[in-house]
Unconditional design. Structure first.
Lengths: 360, 262, 181
């Protein structure tokens, strides 16, 4: 029998981390994601699977613990919310530069600064365009349900190790705090130290006799070598774009208008689409599941079919830039957003569609 | 000089009086002549060899003069962000509790930008070894003032000498962390004379052996010169260190077997 | 069937846990559910509210502006949520502490004297279950056997001994709910 649970998104991430066979979680409390650490501490995963859970002295320490654990070839995850993710950005850049696999959850809250603890999607640029210093990309997943919060942990680890690249789960206070039905996947075994050493010869597991020592670093003082490394990273990102783009197309077959929205905005827009269709407006939606790589191709294709595109975001207009790049001027693209911790309601979305796209 | 290397016939086992440990690579070190880093590297590498733990040791060196330590230690190495080595090492040790883990950090790294990571790793009693090279200056970036720079000491960012009233006091971080219940062994050494080198090696050996006891964190400070940063010749730098650094940073054990030395 | 509900009151009244039991009851009869709380400082004594949706279909927005039912347990929530009830929808409230009673004419209004009844039962913690009983009498969207299963799922095992008392409170609520308009 499948195991159904009613869980908060944050709790689902924590339970999924244990079940995905994660070796460690390192984190620091911040609203609205503290349930991840609270759940893990209450659950005693060390006794269930041997997973290490540690409350660090800061987000900075936590992300560097992730660096150290990931450099050992271990499955490591951390979580935080916007101001804490800003603090982690230095470490994330190092992780990207040293090509280490890990999963980072951002349960976004409104900013800038300390901002609000209420939900937001205003860290889209930070997540998809770099965030830290240097030319790098995160693989960015955008769960729109508690089920996806759990599933994206497993998917995140798979992608992180496939490409030796950090994966960010870009969630928000709605998805993190709400409870929904979750079907949890079966417990996966943690790898033994021997399996880690055998699977990941790049990892610092202790230098075997007769083998060159392993070095995990993001430093290269020779610029020509650093450029070569950057070319290698760009090639990797291109492969990720080719192979890992994911989206959900909703009622696009007959659509005359298109909404593009991710995460909780997509859930709200789904309701708006039902309301608009009841009024006879033929509107569909593309919900990007990966924000990097971005589903530009399908949006470009649909730009030939629809009369206008509305992006719905809980920010002042960030993802709209990627939609405009994808559309390349073929059709009008407008943005509707609430921000600073305010959540749009479906009625507002319908109104924006009517005023900015259909009437405009 | 070149003649010596051109006469392989004298390089025979019976003539061998000294050899480099195989836990150091053959890479030529970038450290300034007279600097204490090279000696400290050698001591740690010799201890690793003597303990037979080369394949079980993971080292972490963050930003500072020793950022390229991974080129010299022939063990698995991680380069860490500035100040964060104790956090990085915490994860390594938690995930590999039976391996030997060390960090190798300078004073700017450990006692300024990484103060929080240092204090908390020590306070948690992480079962690992911190080697802390204190030369009172930021050597790598060209001789700027460090948290350990002495009062009145000129640096490139305190060109008229460290003025305590505006720039603060030098930080005796080693005495500070010795107070923490998580530290098991805290000592301050130097490597500027053969006698001090022998003592420092003994201390490093003790610090690595302690990991087997699983009693907490071992911390070895090495007070070193930075002759290029101090703008002195190596010999004068050592003399200056004895006259100025040691009175402020006295050598000797501060905490042994978890007990403060009185 | 889709039922969109807002439950709103003070922190400490059991608003969130009532929503959770309702959501779990929905899962027990194979429905889709969502439970979206207001979170933050409100959790520590201020106002608390939760949006609960039970549906036979995939739930779209967990965040709503209009509700089929509002369960209102203090004046601030009355001021905020009376106007959000869909025409023809339902308002259930406890008059205890309410100074401005609802005035809408296009909705059905019910009262539950839950604070009073829970005090009479000798355990004010049964308050939220009395309210839940009242709601399920008006809108029997989940079977009583599934509520009991939902209680079992949402309460930690050490509290399972409290289930009979909770079921009694639910029955009580169903008995004493009164239609106002």
């Amino acid at each position: 029998m499948k195991e159904l649970k009613l869980m908060k998104g944050n709790e689902a991430v924590a339970e999924a981390a244990i079940r995905a066979g994660a070796d460690a979680y390192f984190g620091y409390p911040i609203t609205p994601q503290s349930e991840v650490l609270e759940y893990l501490m209450a659950e005693r995963p060390y006794e269930r699977t041997g997973m290490v859970v540690l409350q660090a002295e800061s987000e900075v320490a936590a992300i560097n613990m992730v660096y150290g654990g990931a450099a050992c070839g271990k499955k490591v995850i951390t979580s935080s919310s916007s101001p804490g993710i800003s603090l982690k950005m230095e470490g994330i850049s190092y992780i990207a530069g040293a090509e280490l696999p890990c999963v980072i959850l951002n349960v976004v809250r409104g900013g800038p600064g300390l901002g609000t603890i209420q939900p937001s999607q205003s860290d889209y640029f930070q997540a998809t365009k770099g965030g830290g210093h240097g030319d790098y990309r995160l693989i960015v997943l955008a769960p729109a349900s508690v089920q996806e919060m759990a599933d994206h942990v497993k998917l995140g680890f798979d992608l992180a190790f496939k490409y030796r690249n950090p994966v960010m789960i870009l969630s928000d206070g709605v998805i993190g705090q709400m409870m929904e039905k979750v079907e949890l996947f079966e417990q996966m075994p943690r790898l033994s130290d021997e399996e880690v050493a055998a699977n990941y010869p790049w990892a610092t597991t202790g230098k075997p006799a007769g083998v060159p020592h392993r070095i995990i670093t993001s430093l290269e003082l020779d610029s020509s070598k650093q450029e070569k490394h950057n070319h290698h990273l760009q090639e990797k990102y291109r492969k990720i774009q080719e192979n890992e783009t994911m989206y959900e197309a909703i009622q696009t077959e007959d659509a005359e208008y298109l909404i593009v929205a991710f995460g909780s905005s997509a859930r709200i827009s789904q309701k708006a689409i039902d309301m608009a269709r009841a009024k006879g407006i033929k509107v569909g939606m593309i919900r990007p599941i990966t924000l990097f790589p971005y589903p530009s191709e399908i949006i470009n294709k649909l730009a030939d079919q629809v009369k206008g595109i509305l992006t719905v975001e809980m920010n002042a207009g960030q993802m709209i830039e990627d939609v405009k790049l994808a559309v390349n001027g073929k059709v009008k693209v407008e943005h509707f957003g609430r921000f600073g911790g305010m959540i749009p309601n479906p009625e507002e979305v319908v109104k924006a569609l009517e005023q900015k796209i259909i009437g405009g | 000089m070149a003649e010596t290397f051109d006469r392989p016939e004298i390089r025979t086992p019976e003539n061998l009086v000294y050899s480099k440990t195989n836990v150091l690579t053959d890479n030529i070190m970038h450290y300034c002549p007279g600097c204490g880093h090279g000696t400290t590297h050698r001591l740690l590498a010799e201890v690793i060899e003597e303990m037979g733990i080369q394949s079980e040791t993971i080292g972490i060196a963050p930003v500072g003069c020793s950022v390229l330590a991974y080129n010299y230690f022939d063990v698995d190495m991680q380069e860490a962000a500035h100040g964060r080595a104790p956090a990085v090492a915490t994860a390594v040790k938690r995930l590999f509790p039976n391996k030997f883990v060390f960090t190798y950090q300078g004073d700017g790294d450990l006692a300024a930008i990484g103060t929080a990571e240092t204090i908390h790793a020590c306070n948690r009693g992480e079962n690992m070894t911190i080697i802390f090279v204190n030369n009172g200056i930021y050597g790598m970036t060209g001789g700027q003032m460090a948290p350990t720079t002495l009062p009145g000491m000129p640096t490139s960012t305190s060109p008229y000498g460290r003025e305590v009233a505006t720039m603060g006091n030098p930080l005796k971080i080693t005495e500070l962390i010795a107070q923490l219940p998580g530290t098991y062994y805290v000592t301050r050494q130097s490597v500027h004379t053969p006698a001090n080198v022998r003592k420092a090696k003994k201390a490093i050996r003790q610090a690595m052996e302690n990991q087997k006891l699983n009693r907490g964190l071992s911390f070895v400070e090495v007070v070193s010169n930075c002759n290029s940063g101090w703008k002195l010749s190596p010999v004068k730098a050592n003399k200056w260190m004895e006259d100025n650094m040691f009175p402020f940073y006295p050598l000797g054990d501060i905490k042994v077997n978890g007990e403060l030395v009185k | 069937m889709t039922e969109e509900i807002i439950i709103a009151g003070f922190g400490g009244q059991g608003v969130l846990s009532m929503g959770k039991i309702l959501a779990y009851s929905g899962i027990m009869q194979d429905q889709e559910v969502s439970w979206m709380p207001s979170y933050g400082p409100e959790m520590r004594g201020g106002t608390a509210n939760v949006t609960v949706i039970l549906s036979d279909e995939r739930i779209s927005s967990p965040v709503l502006n209009a509700f089929d039912t509002a369960i209102i347990l203090n004046q601030q929530s009355m001021d905020k949520f009376e106007k959000t009830i869909k025409p023809g929808g339902t308002l259930l409230y406890d008059p205890n502490g309410i100074t401005h009673h609802p005035t809408r004419k296009d909705i059905k209004i019910y009262r539950i004297q839950a604070a009073e009844a829970s005090a009479a039962m000798g355990n004010t913690k049964t308050f939220n279950m009395i309210v839940l009983g009242a709601f399920l009498k008006i809108k029997p969207i989940v079977l009583m056997e599934n509520v009991e299963k939902g209680l079992k799922k949402s309460l930690p095992v050490r509290h399972h001994k409290l289930i009979p008392m909770n079921m009694e409170a639910i029955t009580k609520g169903a008995e004493i709910v009164e239609e106002v308009a």
